[in-house]
Design a protein around this ligand. Sequence first.
Ligand code: AMP
Ligand code: GLY
Length: 420
Amino acid sequence: MNIVIIGSGAREHSICASLNRSKKKTKIFCLPGNAGTENIAKNISIDLNDFKKIKSFILKNKIELVIVGPEKPLVSGIVDFLEKFNIKVFGPNSKAAQLEGSKIFTKEICKEYNIPTAGFGIFKNKSEAMKFIKKSNFPLVIKADNLAAGKGVYICNNTKEAKIAVNDIFNGKFGDADKLLIEEYLEGEEMSYFIITDGKSIKFFQTAQDHKRVLEGDKGKNTGGMGAYSPSRLINNKLEKKILNKIINPTIRALGKMGIKYKGFLYAGLMIKENEPYLIEYNVRMGDPECQTILPTLETDLLEIFLACCDKTLDKINIKWKELKSICIVVCSKGYPDKYEKKVEIKNIHKINLGKNEYLFHAGTTAYENNIYAIGGRVLSFVSLSNNYKSAKKKITKNIKNLNWSGGFFRKDIGYKVID
Ligand code: AMP
Ligand code: GLY
C-alpha cells in the first residue's frame, strides 16, 4: 500500500516508524520528511502550501492513504481539497479543524454546551480590551484567536504585561487579528488527553504530560514541548468519565449539530484540579512530543486504525496498549526557543545504539553527504519504554550521553513529577 505522511517533525517520524511496523506491506512517502524518515521512507521535497502539487504527486504515485500530521494544512483545508479527488485522508476537514484554528469557535461551543473551561471574554479592539483589563484581577490569560504555533498565549501578571499582549496581537504579530480572547487563569496540573474518531465512534488514544517550558523546574519561555511521559500520573476512571461526558462527547455532539463530522485525532489540552477537568484548548492532531511518547506503546497495527477511521469502521477495532511507561526527552539546538544556529552537524549520531524499547525520532534534521545536520529548534526526540519511569529515563540518559552533541541541550528533569 502506498502511503503519504505530510509533515517533517518527530511526530511524523514516529507515525512513519509505526506504519513501517505494520503487517501490511507499505511504501511510505514523507512530504517533506527529515533525515530520520529518510531511512525508512522516501522523502519528497514539496511546498506544503501547494495543495495542487501535493494532489498531483498523490495521484501519480497511486497513493491509497494520506496522513496529515500538523495543524496548519488541516486548518487550511487540505483534507477538503484532497477528498474532492476521492483521495483517502486521515485528519479533520477545515470546518472541524476550527476547534484548533479558532479559539473563539471552541469557546463558543464550551459556553453553549456547559463544557468546563476558563471564564472568558472576546474583545474587538484595544480600548475595549484595556478597559476590561484595568478592572480585572491578575493573573489573566490573553490569547490571539488564530493559529500562532503555540506562541499566541500571554500569561499576564499586571496591566503592563497585559498591554504588551494586547498591542502584540492587534498590531499583527500573529497575522491579521480583529479579535482577542481574555481568559481567567486556571490553577492545576496540565494533562494531554487523546482520542481518535471516525465521526461515529470515539476511541481512547492515551494520555500524556508535556513539559512546555524551556528550563528545568518548568521555568522560562514556552516551547513546542521539551519532553513528555505517558500515561499521565493524573488519569483515573472517574476523571476519564468526566472528560468524556463533560468535554469530549458534548464537543462531538455540538459539531454534529453544525453538520460537521470529525475524523482524525483530537487532542484535549486539559487543566486538572482536584480530579475535575477543565478544557484549556483543543488541537486537531496528535501532540508533539506526546505522539513520539505514545505511539511506541501502541500494540494494535496503526495502519489498520487509520484505515478503519477513514472507512468509518473504527467500532470494529480493539485498540490495545502495552503495559509500559514511556518517556520522551527532546534535544534542542542551543538558543531555542529564541535564535539558534542552523546547519550544525550532529557528529556522534551514528554512535547511538538503540536497544529494545528505545527509539530516536528526528525533527529539525537534514542529511548531506552521509552527515546529519540540525536545521530546527527541536532536533531529536529520544524515547524509551520500561516497567517504570525511572529505568525508562535511565536508558535515554545513556543514549544522550553517547550523542554528546555540543550544539544541543535538553531538560534533565523531564518526568520529575513521576520520578522521585
Ligand atoms: P494554549 O496554546 O491555549 O494551549 O496555551 C498554551 C499554554 O498556556 C497552555 O499549555 C497552558 O500552560 C497555558 N494556558 C493557556 N490558557 C490558560 C489558562 N486559562 N489558565 C492557565 N494557563 C493557561
Ligand atoms: N505538545 C504540545 C502540542 O503539540 O501542541
